[in-house]
Design a protein around this ligand. Structure first.
Ligand code: FEO
Length: 397
């Protein structure tokens, strides 16, 4: 076995997951994978920060053993209780019975609920420190980034922030650990945005609060629990998270996400007319067929772009079902303050527009125009669609 260092006496002991299809049972990662980063600090008191999913447990434990014997772990710091970072704790507790678990008060009940662990726990509060020999680690609560019990751990000696979910991203690691080792950093930034939109977006205000709270902490390295370790440009991932969190208030940048579904091509004809109208202004929409693209890939575009077009027919007196799914996800993830339009075809009953407005009402989307048409669009309808495209493009410019 060999060591993977992030500093002189800090080691990466994570695992890469390249076989799980759906992260959280929801979000596709079959093409990207994900890493569960975990760290070991070899000091007077041997310390492990965050763990991993109960997955490749033998590999995970072997990596700890390469740094120090499992029986010689003094502290296990659990920044966050979600099982992708704690799944191996039951096994580790059996093998390291004397290791003390450090976590926030809110994590204690979760340790019992998930794993039946009720003893050997030390509760840490915001600002507490832990002397492990050559350094004093400090703990900073960041509630709801991602769960209410979450905290981050800071090592003042190396100026490393162990940030758990915060500043994380999808994408398994391919040998290197650090941002400066990857020539395709844009890939990881893009997968960080998808991760943010899928996992963290609901908690935009807690993200902003956490960034504010940590503003005075001198950080030279951000070591999250998913994705790259940011040692060259830790400020880059903070800026990105900050920008994405701000979209919850501003509604996003100039750009349009075009969501559409079509049963027999009539709504698609209108969608093409609307797209042509948008393109005539110099803008190109990000277009998604909601029946064929997973919501995971639509959410980042919805988050980033100020404009949203909902183009979907009525289905059984309600909205085309796959459109309901993405609008429900947008509501769940607090994708707020958009400039929107709706269009769609109906047959024997209307209903899609009513359902669209109902689903997005809590999000403060401003509809600058909506229209439903019976059956196939007339030439007049198509011209209306073209003008509608121009209108929303101008509204978001
Ligand atoms: Fe990566 Fe909220 O767990």
């Amino acid at each position: 076995m060999y060591e993977k260092k992030i500093a002189a006496d800090i080691f990466w002991i994570g695992v890469n997951d390249r076989t799980t299809d759906l992260f959280e049972g929801l979000w596709p990662i079959e093409r990207t994978g994900i890493s569960y980063n975990s760290y070991a600090i070899k000091d007077k008191k041997n310390t492990v920060i965050d763990l991993a999913k109960a997955f490749k447990t033998d590999d995970f434990l072997s990596q700890i053993s390469a740094i120090f014997p499992l029986s010689e772990i003094d502290y296990i710091i659990l920044n966050h209780m979600e099982p992708d970072h704690t799944g191996v704790i039951k096994t580790l507790r059996m093998l390291s019975p004397d290791a003390e678990i450090l976590c926030t008060q809110k994590a204690v009940q979760m340790l019992s609920d998930y794993y039946g662990i009720t003893d050997g726990i030390k509760i840490v509060n915001d600002g507490d420190t832990l002397d492990i020999g050559s350094r004093k680690l400090s703990f900073h609560t960041v509630p709801f980034v991602h769960w209410p019990e979450t905290m981050v751990t800071y090592d003042p000696q190396t100026k490393t922030l162990f940030s758990c979910d915060a500043f994380g991203g999808y994408g398994a690691l391919h040998g290197g650990l650090f941002d400066d080792e990857y020539p395709d950093i844009e890939y990881y930034e893009k997968e960080s945005l998808r991760y943010y939109a899928n996992i963290v977006a609901k908690f935009a205000t807690p993200v902003q609060n956490a960034i504010k709270k940590l503003a005075d902490v001198e950080i030279e390295c951000i070591a999250p629990s998913h994705g790259l370790v940011w040692r060259k440009s830790p400020s880059r991932i903070v800026e990105l998270y900050s920008k994405w969190a701000e979209y919850g208030k501003t509604g996003g940048d100039k750009g349009i996400t075009l969501l559409y579904g079509s049963m027999y091509g009539n709504t698609e004809i209108m969608m093409n007319a609307v797209s042509d109208g948008i393109a005539s202004t110099g803008l190109i929409p990000r277009t998604f067929d909601v029946a064929r693209v997973h919501t995971s890939y639509m959410l980042p575009a919805l988050l980033v772009n100020k404009g949203v077009i909902v183009g979907a027919p009525t289905y059984e007196a309600s909205l085309f079902p796959y459109m309901s799914v993405i609008l429900e996800k947008a509501a769940l993830k607090n994708i707020k303050n958009k400039t929107a339009v709706y269009f769609g075809s109906y047959g024997w009953s209307k209903g899609a527009l009513k359902k669209t407005l109902e689903l997005t009402e809590p999000l403060g989307w401003e509809y600058i125009e909506t229209f439903e048409f019976a059956g196939g669009p007339t030439q007049e309808d198509i011209k209306k669609g073209y003008d509608l495209g121009r209108k929303i493009a101008e509204a978001v410019s």
